[in-house]
Structure formats: structure tokens, C-alpha cells
Design a protein around this ligand. Sequence first.
Ligand code: NAD
Ligand code: UD1
Length: 366
Amino acid sequence: MHVLVTGGAGYIGSHAVLLLLEAGHQVSVYDNLSNSSPESLRRVCAMAGASPELFIGDLLDSDRLKEVMLNVKPDAVIHFGGLKAVGESVEKPLAYYRNNVVGTVNLIEAMECADVRRLVFSSSATVYAESKKLPLMEDAPRDASNPYGRTKLHIEQMLEDLAVSSGEWSIGILRYFNPVGAHPSGNIGEDPQGIPNNLMPFISQVAVGRRNEVKIFGKDYPTYDGTGVRDYIHVVDLAQGHLDAIDFLTHHKGQFVWNLGTGSGTSVLDVIGAFSRACGRQLPYKIVERRAGDIAEYYGDPTAARLELGWKAERGIEEMACDMWKWQSQNPAGYGEFEIGDYTNEDLNAYIKGIKDTLSSTNVVS
Ligand code: NAD
Ligand code: UD1
């Protein structure tokens, strides 16, 4: 199968591209590299022994998107491309609505143009309204509490409308819980810019000595040890869910929603404990005030994904911490800085395929 992956150079996308190539699929990536580096795809290519074709392009450039879609004519699209920082979305809501919502409208129009009607979309557990009824099921009430979450909610609703408007579509909405970890090789992983907002990347930078201590946002929550509880999911398990969704959509028309999580929650203290074991030393932490907007606890019910997709999270918190530590310790500065500058699409593909060893000029890829 030929799969077009938007945002395929990013954290979750690069893991999915690797699994797709390993499973023998042909892969094209559409990415503007605004939050990623071609280095991730170069490493994917080296590991898979097969290369994705990279199309540098913006989801907001509808002409380029249509041109690529008509050229590639994929059997399916996986749509990771988008902005994802909750705090930034509060400061720049229009940038989020434009990039995520308008970008998705453009993508769907380009797919219609090329008669491609199989789509897997990256949604988030953030679309669920706060609920005391746990685990969260796919039919739980939705209500996002920030602009980023609302873009996901609007896109979900748009995809529902699309499926109602025409019986030709096969659409899978995947609601991720908290993706963490890295490929067990340590070659690809998450490379956050600036100070990480999320817990695991922050802990990981404490472990590698880039930050002094973990700040635990509150120890007075009504949870098993007073700290926040989340459903952490290993990125490789998460990526596998996309392959399983595509298989399912090959045989089913309509619109489907699946939670991708482990089905159980882990506290902040237990995540720090797992990471301390992974890196071989007790990581320092301090209890501070609760973070505004945080809720005590949530985790999802992944039964629908198990029954319909045959998918199940295989890796627990110890493995998530070990693999994340391997990536962080082997790549203390992530992939290094990258600016797209004047690089052509050909330059970048030659680099990814190993035909060119470095990307020179003012840009640095380490
Ligand atoms: P990421 O930032 O690492 O990857 C996103 C990719 O999309 C990047 O390569 C970026 O360059 C690209 N991109 C962004 N805007 C684009 C545009 N306009 N045109 C073309 N490419 C564009 O993020 P990720 O963690 O891999 O997340 C992937 C998807 O999963 C996102 O849609 C995100 O909202 C969703 N998601 C992520 C999490 C998480 O915790 N990481 C949780 C739930 C949902
Ligand atoms: C956040 C996003 C959510 C996104 C998810 C991706 C918010 C409000 N929500 O969720 O939209 O889908 O990331 O993984 O930002 N914590 C600390 N110290 C830290 C960081 C976090 O104690 O330095 C605690 C938090 O209070 C929470 C837990 O760790 O209890 C997890 O936090 P985080 O990794 O930021 O994820 P979420 O808040 O669940």
C-alpha cells in the first residue's frame, strides 16, 4: 500500500513511517519541517533499509498539497501534521485554527481531488470533557478546554460531517492518551524545542543534566499518591495503532473513533520512579503548586481498539522510561538545530537516502 503521511518527520510520525516501511508499505511524507528535522527520516531510512519520499510542503499551501496528492495518489493518508503546544495555542489561537483546521480542510479537498478517501487522523484525549467516570470511553462527552483541544474537536466534527455527506469515506479518528518513550534503538525520539511542558520530556532532561530537578505540579490531588495520574502510551505501540487502523479502513467504510491508551493510569511520582530506575540514579524533584487547568486523573478504555483493530498496548511504564532514556542519553541535544533555509526538496531527499552525508551551508544537522 502507498501511504501519504503528513507531519511524518515529527515525533509520532517518524515512528509510524518506520513501522510502515518495515511492514513493506511505500511511504510519502508531506511536512514543512516547522517542528522537525530531516535527520529523523534519515535515521528511519537507515533502520528500515527503505526510504520514504519527502515532499516539503505546507498544509496551508493548497496548490502544492493537490499537486503532491495527484502525483502520489496514495491508497491512504495518515494526518499527523499540525501544531500541538497547548500554552502556545492560548497565546496564538488563530495560528492554531489556521494551521490545524484550515490545514485539514485543505488536505481533505486535495484528497477529494485525487479520489483518495481513506484517512487516519491524530486526535487527542484532550477532546474529552472532565469526567469522574473513568476509564473514558469513546462515547464520553467531549469539551475541549483550550484552543489546541478545540482544533482537534472541530476537526473531529468536520470528519463526522464528511462521512455523513458521502458513503465513500473511510475515516479513523485516533484519540491518543499521553504518548511518551522512543524507539528501542534510541535512534529516533521526541525532540522538544525550548523548555518541555510535558512531564516525560522534562524528566528526561533532568536525567541528562540539562535541568536541575523535576517540579511536581501538586501532591494534593484525590489520586492514589496525591500526584496527577495519566495514561502514558509508548510511542511504538501508538504508531502500530495507525497501521492497524489503515488495515481496518481497507475493509470498512464510514467514520470510526478509537482510544489509544493502556487503560490504566500512572502517577507523576511513579513516572519519576520508573525513570530513576532507567537512568540508574534517583532523580531530584520538588513539590510545587498545581498547574492551572490540570485535572487530577484520566485514563482511557482501549477495548474498542482491541476488539476492532486487534491492537493492544504491549509496553509498560518501565519500558517507556528505558527507551526514552536510551534516546535522550544517546542524543542529549536531540537531532540538533535545523533551519530549512534554501535547501531544495532534492537536497533533503538525497540527505535522507544517504546519498549526501551532510547538509552544509549555514544550517546545522548533528
Ligand atoms: P510533532 O510536532 O513532532 O510533529 C508534527 C509534524 O507536523 C512536524 O514534523 C511539523 O513540522 C509538521 N507540521 C506542522 N504544521 C505543518 C503544516 N502546516 N504543514 C506541514 N507540516 C506541518 O508532533 P507529534 O507529537 O508527532 O504529534 C503528531 C500529531 O499527534 C499532532 O497532530 C498532534 O496534535 C497529535 N497529538 C500529539 C500528542 C503528543 O503528546 N505528542 C498527543 C495527542 C495528539
Ligand atoms: C498535556 C496536554 C494535552 C496533550 C498531552 C500530550 C495540557 C493541559 N494538556 O496533557 O493536551 O494531549 O499533554 O501528552 O497541557 N506534570 C508535572 N510536572 C511537569 C509537567 C507535568 O508534575 O513538569 C504533571 C501534570 O500536572 C500532569 C502529568 O504530569 O499530572 C502529565 O502532564 P503532561 O505531560 O503535561 O500531560 P497532560 O497535562 O496530561
